[in-house]
Design a protein around this ligand. Structure first.
Ligand SMILES: Cc1cc2nc3c(=O)[nH]c(=O)nc-3n(C[C@H](O)[C@H](O)[C@H](O)COP(=O)(O)OP(=O)(O)OC[C@H]3O[C@@H](n4cnc5c(N)ncnc54)[C@H](O)[C@@H]3O)c2cc1C
Length: 339
């Protein structure tokens, strides 16, 4: 079968997706099914790996492991002939119509989708890393439901920590804010809410976290106080993986996320972004939806470009030369009619 990509520089992909997490894989499935020559480059640190049971993804009433979603997504994309490279892209530049990316190898592409995600900053307390995704969480929308009726501590000292604590009241009566020795930076309005809703605050530094088999049991504070706690939420902030976008001159918003339009186009022509690295609410199903939207836009933009450059015309000419372009049945009946 004649491939449209046969008409381009064979060393240049039609599309490269940097990031093989939820957004990148969803885009890859759409691009593969749109017959676009697509390569996904991934360094293997999707946040989805941290979630043992995703309960809010459509179609899995019993939940699904984040790892499994990634594995299945990759398999689904490979089925549609998407290729994968394990690599970390460290630099990128843009020519007139091609992006050049460098990692362990060099890659060239006509369209670039950044689905590089974010990393949540862990709390500044030792020894709780193994509780991540089990009894220590970053996201009330992902995990609030599963901690209903439990004892919850919110670690943080800013407005966001207060908003987390207020949001958690829907799930549990037993919510405290622990500033871990930091001076609160929440504003007066947020301080008033803490008082109005009678949410206890512990300002001492956390000396130790008692946990066993990934389950948090208690927080020990300097000075001797000890609170029995079942779950910890932390609000230290996020690192947005926007380095490549910034190198290409893409605009970021005031929070440091890549600005995109409704079709996931950035401010740089031919550059798209999807998932948590954009201002989207950082949820798997939203990342998947954005990946699909980006892929649709890329496919449309490539079609328009091939019409403008007449490469679709050359493709069609080769197709007419080499392939049956009218269904066999129709040809047969035409021949029969002529007789
Ligand atoms: C503990 C935890 C629990 C969560 N639970 C839920 C939940 O229950 N439900 C829910 O909806 N969401 C949950 N989330 C959030 C969910 O994981 C994210 O919404 C989702 O993974 C975002 O998808 P993404 O594609 O934007 O980023 P990611 O899935 O994080 O993928 C980004 C990918 O880009 C790659 N990458 C980055 N930079 C480069 C580079 N320079 N070169 C090559 N590759 C690169 C990374 O290695 C990674 O694989 C949870 C997150 C955490 C941390």
């Amino acid at each position: 079968m004649v491939q449209h990509s046969d008409f381009d520089d064979p060393n240049t992909r039609e599309v490269i997706v940097v990031g093989g997490g939820i957004a990148g894989l969803s885009a890859a499935i759409y691009l593969g099914r749109a017959q676009r020559d697509t390569l996904v480059i991934d360094s293997g640190h999707s946040m989805a790996k941290w979630e043992p049971v995703v309960e809010n993804y459509l179609g899995f009433p019993k939940g699904v492991a984040g790892e499994k979603l990634l594995k299945n997504g990759r398999r689904q994309a490979k089925k549609h002939e998407v290729r994968f490279a394990e690599d970390e892209i460290t630099s990128v530049s843009s020519g007139k119509s091609v992006f050049v990316l460098k990692g362990k190898r060099t890659y060239r592409t006509r369209r670039l989708l950044l689905a590089t995600g974010i990393s949540h900053l862990p709390p500044e307390i030792p020894g709780v890393r193994e509780c991540l995704g089990h009894s220590m969480f970053f996201c009330k929308d992902c995990d609030g439901y599963r901690v209903r009726g439990k004892r919850i501590a919110i670690i943080g000292s800013n407005n966001e920590a207060v908003e987390y604590a207020l949001g958690m009241l829907h799930y549990s009566a037993c919510v405290i804010v622990a500033t871990n020795g930091k001076r609160p930076s929440w504003d007066k309005r947020h301080a008033r809410w803490l008082a109005e809703y009678e949410i206890p605050i512990e300002r001492k530094r956390i000396r130790d976290v008692d946990h066993r088999k990934r389950k948090i049991r208690a927080l020990d504070f300097v000075g001797g106080a000890c609170f029995k706690i079942d779950y910890l939420f932390t609000t230290r902030g996020d690192i947005f993986h926007t380095g490549l976008a910034e190198k290409l001159g893409a605009k970021l918003d005031s929070d440091g996320q890549i600005k995109v339009d409704q079709c996931m186009r950035t401010s740089v022509p031919r550059l798209y972004a999807a998932g948590c690295v954009t201002p989207a609410n950082c949820q798997m199903i939203i990342a998947a939806g954005q990946g699909a939207a980006a892929a649709q836009a890329i496919n449309r933009d490539l079609l328009e470009e091939s019409l403008a450059m007449h490469s679709l015309r050359r493709f069609r000419a080769a197709q007419i030369d080499e392939e049956k372009t009218i269904p066999e049945e129709a040809k047969m009946s035409r021949k029969a009619r002529k007789k």
